[in-house]
Design a protein around this ligand. Structure first.
Ligand code: NAP
Length: 543
């Protein structure tokens, strides 16, 4: 390894979740002295902090895990088709132990800022405890959905009862028995918590601004034979997921919803609804994310299911999305969500027709009606993709922060991996990386970076830095592919985190690449085959 400037580490990775663990393993393998730092006091990243009741994967276990370690694959046993949050945490701790990663992970080490020194070609990472570290390579594994946000509603601090956010759920048990509970937010987090806490609480007020399309599923246990089959076929399963646009081990459908008779279409919708979860969006037809007419047929099928499950027609109607397309937002997997609204003490409050006007000492005010609560839960999401990278100061060349760069120039990166002006700073799952089951791009990204840095070290390349041309190209590609989806259907554009629409003041830009995970990987392989030229911007003359 190059030893030109003294430094504490060759590589520092921020975040000890899936990304941090994969990166640590792969960077150590090529001899880089690597340290993972994480502000929390446990390994697990998003799974460490999102401990709300009902949290579990929306992806099936067989492709929600790493494939790179035979030992981990052979020795780890999943218990459920959709593992719970605690089980995923156990898995990540098992990975850390089995691959002997802990010795290079520093917990309770929150990063305040990171500053690039052009002359030394080093990053200084400043920690909240006042200490600092120097490193040649700095990698963010901070996660795409980690910077939690609260709704922009007056009085939010005045509420006197218990208040929780799904992304910062307390470590100790929260007893909701016999309480009046309110929930704001019905994305993937909110819809998981609803059926789990409903049986515990006395009265449950679910404040809904926009309903979601939810595909229900069952959650079977994993038999010994099935687990053995997955172990023996893991490479094939993983390859299937890596070749799938959404990173799931499924066969992409081959024909359009418009090519079949209404009877056949209903039959296919029905069979994939019965398989549940992501099977419906991914396996019915090949154009549910790109053709508005096809997407609307799927939407109407789901609305019909809601009407079948929910007994009160007015509640069923309120739960049925109408303002945006099916697949216009991420489609969460439900575990008895719709059925929960048949319980007499569960009240769906429409905050689209009459918005939440205030949070008061006693509860939530919708129009003039005040709902008195003992507990208020926020499942109101994240400043996604860029939020974690812009809330701390990551200062590149000339002291400019990533926040300033993206505010002033628009969201720019080469393949979401690196940005011009930030030499040797890399992002695992940076903005403009695929909309996907994330374990797949995390692993492939760590392996891409391993090969890239090995090549750089062997060839005396001191700085990896995206060229301005590559950033322009990738921003245009991200926009072009995003606008070709139903997320952008004229008049039915989904207001969601993909476009940054959930954060007041955030510019409307595609935060994720919608062109397909497998296409993205092709672009990454091409960059590598071309000798990484799009990552080798010449340093400015007066830098
Ligand atoms: P989200 O999808 O951004 O949902 C936020 C919710 O809060 C929306 O229902 C939003 O309503 C609501 N909201 C925000 N401000 C509001 C206000 N002032 N009044 C009323 N409602 C308000 O956040 P999330 O559910 O945490 O999920 C984010 C992403 O995390 C998911 O898309 C998924 O990728 C990931 N996730 C995955 C899993 C899993 O795989 N198991 C679980 C949880 C999360 P509007 O829609 O009207 O804006």
């Amino acid at each position: 390894m190059s030893t030109s400037t003294p430094r504490d580490y060759d590589a520092v990775v921020i975040g000890a979740g899936f990304s941090g663990l994969a990166l640590l393993h792969h960077l150590r393998e090529i001899g880089l002295k690597t340290l993972v730092v994480d502000g929390e006091d446990g390994i697990g990243g998003t799974w460490w902090v999102n401990r709300y009741p009902g949290v579990r994967t929306d992806s099936e276990y067989s492709y929600y895990s790493f494939s790179f370690s035979k030992e981990v694959r052979d020795e780890w046993t999943w218990s459920q088709r959709y593992p719970s949050g605690p089980e995923v945490l156990e898995y990540l701790n098992f990975v850390a132990d089995r691959l002997d990663l802990r010795k290079d992970i520093r917990l309770n080490a929150r990063v305040d800022s990171a500053v690039y020194d052009e002359d030394a070609n080093l990053w200084t990472v400043n920690l909240a405890d006042g200490s600092s570290l120097t490193t040649k390579y700095l990698v963010s594994g901070m996660g795409v959905l980690s910077q939690a946000i609260y709704p922009d509603v007056p009085g939010i601090d005045t509420f006197r009862g218990e208040k929780y956010h799904t992304a910062h759920w307390p470590r100790e048990d929260v007893d909701l028995t016999g309480k009046k509970v309110g929930l704001i937010g019905l994305g993937a987090s909110g819809i998981q918590i609803v059926p789990v806490i409903a049986p515990q609480v006395d009265e449950f007020y679910v404040f809904q601004r926009t309903p979601n399309f939810i595909v229900e599923t069952t959650n079977e246990g994993v038999s010994t034979e099935e687990m053995q089959y997955v172990r023996e076929n893991y490479d094939a399963i993983y390859e299937k997921a890596a070749n799938h646009p959404f990173g799931v081990a499924m066969e992409p459908a081959e024909f359009s919803a418009l090519e079949v008779s209404p009877e056949k279409r209903r039959e296919i919708f029905e069979s994939k609804w019965n398989e549940g979860g992501f099977h419906f969006a991914n396996e019915c037809f090949n154009d549910l994310a790109t053709n508005h007419e096809s997407s609307e047929l799927a939407a109407e099928f789901i609305r019909s299911k809601i009407r079948e499950i929910v007994k009160d027609p007015a509640t069923a109607d309120l739960l049925s999305p109408k303002t945006y397309s099916f697949n216009g937002k991420r489609v969460p997997t439900g575990h008895g969500y719709y059925n929960t609204f048949n319980l007499p003490h569960v009240h769906l409050i429409d905050t689209a027709s009459e918005p939440i006007t205030q949070i008061t000492e006693k509860g939530v005010k919708v129009g003039d009606t005040e709902y008195e609560l003992d507990v208020l839960i926020f499942a109101t999401g994240f400043d996604a993709m860029t939020g974690t990278l812009t809330h701390i100061d990551i200062r590149g060349r000339g002291g400019r922060t990533l926040r300033e760069k993206w505010q002033e120039d628009g969201l720019k990166s080469n393949l979401g991996i690196n940005a011009n002006g930030f030499p040797n700073f890399f992002m695992s799952l940076g903005p403009q990386t695929p909309y996907s089951n994330l374990v797949v791009p995390i692993q492939l990204g760590a392996q891409w970076l391993q090969r890239a840095l090995k090549w750089a070290e062997e060839n005396g390349i001191e700085r990896f830095e995206a060229t301005p041309e590559s950033e322009e190209w990738w921003a245009a590609e991200t926009e072009r592919t995003g606008k070709a989806t139903v997320m952008y259907t004229e008049g039915k554009k989904a207001k969601a985190w993909f476009l940054g629409e959930n954060v007041p003041g955030k510019a409307e830009e595609f935060q994720v690449y919608m062109g397909g995970g497998q296409v993205y990987q092709e672009h990454c392989r091409r960059a590598e085959a071309e000798g990484y030229v799009s990552f080798l911007a010449p340093a400015p003359v007066n830098a």
